[in-house]
Design a protein around this ligand. Sequence first.
Ligand code: HEC
Length: 181
Amino acid sequence: MYTRSIAVLLVCWVSFAAAELSHDLGPSLGKPAPTDFESVVAPDGTGLPAGEGSVTGGRTLYATHCVACHGSDGTQTGNSLAGGRGTLTSTRPLKTVGSYWPYATTLFDYVNRAMPYGNEKSLSENEVYAVTAYVLYLNDIIPADTRLTNHNLAAVVMPNRDGFRSSPDYQPAGRGGPHSE
Ligand code: HEC
């Protein structure tokens, strides 16, 4: 008897939970589009919050918040942030921040939104500048005495900056792309 009521309750709960889920994941048709999107940092640095951080400060933060998953020098197998330079055209390309990513600003944006994994957005913006600096330092892209700010981050030239070709379809409007008027 008890088992039966529990089963009925369970079925009710599961269908309720499923209805809730499908409601959440639905297309939200007929509702105004949300206007409170987070700002997006563009390759040229547009959208970067004001702030600064140094390689030295980043070293300490990295040791506390990043080292467990990415390794002491950023080269943890399977989750590396550093190394791999010159491997992209080989049969075993290793894509890392240093070997693959075209813009340093994306590194800031990514860490700011998505790291430390499982504890996202726990670092202040200044702390994110500092770990960004440290990860770039681990990749030999900037020297140890560098202090990154919202003014100089976009000027950091990434090794694979010219390794990407943008599709003509992605030309922003007004720059002669096929969709511009
Ligand atoms: C608990 C483990 C964990 C911690 C701590 C962590 N990360 Fe990560 N990180 C990951 C995982 C897992 C991925 C891959 C995520 C994915 O591909 O969706 C990742 C991806 C990244 C990437 C993108 C790498 C690439 O080439 O795609 C960067 C950059 C990064 N982490 C930086 C950091 C920094 C900086 C910190 C410290 C502030 C940090 N992570 C802390 C687990 C972690």
